[in-house]
Design a protein around this ligand. Structure first.
Ligand code: 6PG
Length: 235
């Protein structure tokens, strides 16, 4: 039976420091390779900066993946990979075993297929098996509209149960490449990072498993930690 817990901290700065400690502890106590899926957006930036300065983290065991990406060149300021390079990977100390970025050139469909092939190769099987999670830890954010990764409201990707990676052509300025529900649900631990009063309603609905929002439909196989600040929790 997977555990679900919530941890409320003071503000975004406290959230960033706590998230970094939590991730570092799991890597230190984890297996090798340790598959870490990172989220994009603004909320995790501080966490990645903190993480880059923590000591005794066996990064040589860690494979880094992305839960979703904006389909833009890797040097674009809108690229999640670019953001991660500017924060977590900015310091010399962080030298992961491997970093798997989503391709940002060519055609979005080809990029999604290529990323799915990478995940299947690293997983070592063509079907996700219960009890054998794809990721050891995945970080997810939450949008005010209840989306997570790039599982955006009203998009066909919400019905995808076969593919592990899909294109979301509409709903944002640029096409998005996102892991689908089956891939995002296959994690030993899922940590949602949520900050700010504007997320209060989405957080309550997502935690309640409200199927009318994308994050509320996610059914993680492993444990879940909601790491949120007081403004988002409304306390
Ligand atoms: C992205 C993310 C997305 C993000 C939410 C929350 O690429 O934008 O992966 O799912 O986590 O939109 O974004 P903020 O943290 O910026 O509020």
């Amino acid at each position: 039976m997977s555990a679900v817990e919530i941890e409320i901290v003071k503000d975004l700065e406290a959230l960033s420091a706590r998230a970094a400690e939590l991730i570092a502890d799991r890597i230190r106590g984890g297996r090798s390779p340790f598959r870490l899926a990172l989220s994009g957006g603004s909320t995790p930036r501080g966490c990645y900066r903190h993480l880059a300065h923590l000591h005794q983290v066996p990064w040589e065991n860690v494979e880094i993946y992305l839960g979703d990406e904006r389909f833009v060149p890797h040097d674009s300021p809108d690229s999640n990979y670019h953001m991660i390079r500017q924060t977590l990977l900015a310091g010399e100390a962080v030298a992961p075993r491997a970093i798997f970025a989503v391709p940002g050139d060519g055609a979005p469909e080809a990029a999604a297929a290529a990323y799915e092939e990478i995940l299947r190769q690293e997983y070592g099987a063509s079907r996700l098996r219960a009890g054998l999670p794809l990721f050891d830890l995945q970080l997810l954010g939450l949008g005010e509209d209840g989306h997570t990764a790039s599982l955006l409201p009203g998009q066909p990707v919400l019905e995808e149960r076969e593919r592990w990676v899909a294109v979301v052509p509409e709903g944002r300025r640029e096409p998005r490449i996102t892991l689908t529900y089956p891939a995002l649900e296959s994690s030993r631990l899922t940590v949602f990072l949520v900050s700010g009063a504007s997320k209060k309603d989405a957080l309550a609905r997502a935690r309640a498993g409200d199927p009318s929002i994308p994050a509320g439909r996610l059914r993680p196989q492993g444990d879940v930690i909601w790491l949120v600040d007081q403004a988002a929790a409304g306390v």
